[in-house]
Design a protein around this ligand. Structure first.
Ligand code: ADP
Ligand code: TRP
Length: 332
């Protein structure tokens, strides 16, 4: 039987998961479970570039294990691990660093944003794309399902693999493809910008019903009087509603708003109900799993072992190619 292609992706353990992560990455990644061999992980080393709270990092990592399990990721058939449990990745990062030009890293959107704002930048943030390239190239990944904000990083991984292969041997590292679903590539946050932990504009994925409702009701809308006709299309409420409703439900709400007599408060209530309908079964599973820390730690331990055993042959191939470590011919 031909081997399945590898789908690989990661999420930083830097804060609370939000519906942008869920729709933009988790759902598309989960949908690949039948067709692909999936390798998904918690990018806790990446979170060090922005989060300096060790306890929060640990807690966030456990949150992510529970979230992936609650979203039905089959950790027995596929691989789920925490990045820091696989030291092979940091070793590969060094080999890749030595073929990565500063010019490439200076083009990174995040680096440019920070520089433009005059914010202090640490070396980890600057070399973030090299660690991410190692994450991807370590497992011979074929596709990387992510939201649009990560596209440039995957392209950089391809550039880095190209430089490495040109120097040490064609075909040594596999060229990954980025997979972005157009419908969910940029989920807007409460202020209309991309939803992101760092913008404080999120709808938390597993907020309890009451908090979720409060968050949705806080979306700013225009002050068209209740009785006037309103246009749903192009508004933040409309954008979010379209992601959680059927087309018929969307058209129905659109028609009722257009007719006048329905306020934005009602529309937001319907948006809340639509999100709640989809998320509440996942949230119940999540809460149950999150309370079972033994299971979460055990899942991480098993995943780490499997990730290490898949990465070691690739690392051995790379060590051999760059001329470090004991030559293969002397390994018994
Ligand atoms: P954040 O920007 O909140 O820190 P992460 O960088 O941890 O989120 O992103 C984890 C995954 O979720 C990535 O694949 C990213 O592309 C995706 N993602 C994050 N925010 C959004 C969004 N607003 N719309 C679509 N995908 C998103
Ligand atoms: N940089 C990604 C983010 O912020 C997380 C990540 C780290 C990742 N390594 C990866 C995503 C490898 C895909 C593949 O969301």
């Amino acid at each position: 039987m031909p081997q399945k292609k590898i789908s690989l992706s990661g999420v930083q353990s830097s804060g609370t998961l939000h519906i942008g992560n869920y729709l933009g990455m988790i759902q598309p990644a989960m949908a690949r479970q039948t067709e692909y061999s999936c390798i998904y992980f918690i990018a806790d080393l990446h979170s060090l570039t922005s989060l300096r709270d060790a306890k929060a990092r640990r807690e966030n990592s456990l949150d992510l294990v529970a979230a992936f399990l609650a979203c039905d990721f089959d950790v027995d058939k596929h691989i789920f691990y925490r990045q820091s449990d696989v030291p092979m990745v940091t070793e590969l990062t060094w080999y890749l660093s030595c073929v990565t030009g500063l010019g490439l890293l200076e083009k990174a959107h995040k680096f440019k944003d920070f520089t433009a704002k005059g914010e202090e930048i640490n070396h980890g943030l600057f070399s973030y794309p090299v660690l991410m390239a190692a994450d991807i190239l370590m497992y011979d990944a074929d596709v990387v399902p992510v939201g649009k904000d990560q596209k440039q990083h995957v392209e950089m991984a391809r550039d880095i693999a190209g430089s490495f292969n040109a120097i040490y041997g064609e075909g040594l590292l596999k060229m990954p493809e980025v997979a972005i679903e157009e419908r969910v590539m940029v989920i807007p946050g409460l202020d209309g910008r991309k939803m992101s932990k760092s913008y404080g504009n999120i709808v938390p994925l597993f907020a309890e019903s009451k908090e979720l409702r409060k968050t949705v009701m806080s979306i700013k809308t225009d002050s068209t009087p209740l009785e006037d006709p309103k246009v749903l299309e192009g508004t933040l409420v409309g954008q979010l509603f379209s992601l959680f409703s059927t087309q018929a439900e969307y058209r129905d709400l659109e028609k009722r708003l257009q007719a006048g007599g329905l306020g934005w408060g009602h529309a937001k209530e319907e948006l809340f109900q639509a999100i709640e309908r989809e998320i509440s079964p996942v949230r119940s599973k999540y809460n149950e799993l999150r309370a079972n820390e033994n299971l979460l730690h055990q899942t991480l331990r098993a995943g780490a072992e499997r990730a290490r055993s898949v990465s070691l042959p690739v690392l051995t191939r790379v060590r051999e190619a760059v001329g470090v470590g004991t030559p293969k011919s002397l390994l018994s």
